[in-house]
Design a protein around this ligand. Structure first.
Ligand code: ATP
Length: 246
């Protein structure tokens, strides 16, 4: 169980300090797939980056299975960052390295800088990476340079990379934007299966119709506040109105 209490985050834009997340309090647990919906600029990406320990918190408490990760500000220790993965709209793969190498090296933020720098790979890592790529139908792409993969393949390589390095929680920022509907469904089904069969936690910023279709829970965020927290289902007009989505 992950608990967030009173998360605050401000950002400075051209010298002006803006309060972006205003006291987010929530909790979530293994197996949940949560869709975050809300208008543009409401704070979805910032919340995801804070939850995945990719950005410093100004204030708030964060506990993971009862253990304190953040108390006050900061970004939390590496031990916890390695349990969190952050999937971006366009996965940050190293384009001139193979899919396999990308999986082995890991993502900055999740894997320690030293390990990425040294690029040390054990035979167990190699086998684990190949197993994971095979599970996601990417075995024949393992030796291809990441720059030559399609958008959906890149996103699945990023998911493999997260899992190989021990992610229990994946925060995904609009992971299917720009993908055709069939590929988008494939990526979202992959994430859904991870939650259902491997007890992972996925929290993803998604268009409302995809959140309704794929998620077990929906959060609605507006102006940095969590206004809606319901089971995954079609939202009513009143609920959509409450987060300015009609
Ligand atoms: N680095 C930054 N410096 C200053 N302000 C920022 C920074 N990043 C984001 N913001 C501001 O914080 C607010 C929330 O941004 P965020 O990207 O979290 O929203 P969002 O809901 O994900 O938006 P979208 O749906 O358009 O991606 C916006 O007003 C944005 O302009």
């Amino acid at each position: 169980m992950i608990k967030v209490n009173n998360l605050h985050k401000s950002l400075t834009d051209e010298g002006n300090k803006r309060h972006i997340l205003k006291g987010i309090t929530t909790q979530f647990e293994a197996g949940e797939m949560i869709g975050i919906v809300g208008p543009s600029g409401s704070g979805k990406s910032t919340l995801l980056r804070c939850l995945a320990l990719r950005e410093k918190w100004d204030n708030g408490e964060y506990t993971w299975d009862g253990n304190s990760v953040i108390k006050g500000g900061g970004r939390g220790p590496q031990k916890y960052r390695s349990k969190c993965a952050y999937l971006e709209q366009n996965p940050s793969l190293i384009i001139d390295k193979t899919a396999l190498k990308n999986v082995l090296i890991g993502q900055a933020g999740q894997v320690s800088r030293l390990r990425r720098l040294v690029g040390m790979v054990r035979s167990d890592d190699y086998m684990g990476a190949m197993d994971e790529l095979e599970k996601y139908g990417l075995l024949d792409k393992a030796k291809l340079k990441a720059g030559n993969l399609s958008g959906g393949e890149k996103q699945r390589v990023a998911i493999c990379r997260a899992l190989v390095h021990g992610a229990g929680f994946i925060a995904a920022d609009e992971p299917v934007i720009g993908l055709d509907p069939k590929t988008a469904e494939h990526v979202l089904n992959t994430l859904k299966t991870l939650c259902k069969e491997q007890d992972k936690i996925v929290i993803a910023a998604l268009p409302i119709e995809l959140a309704e279709k794929f998620c077990t829970r929906i959060w609605g965020i507006i102006d940095g506040e969590l206004r809606l927290d319901v089971k995954g289902r079609r939202l009513t007009m009143d609920e959509k109105r409450s987060i300015d989505l009609v």
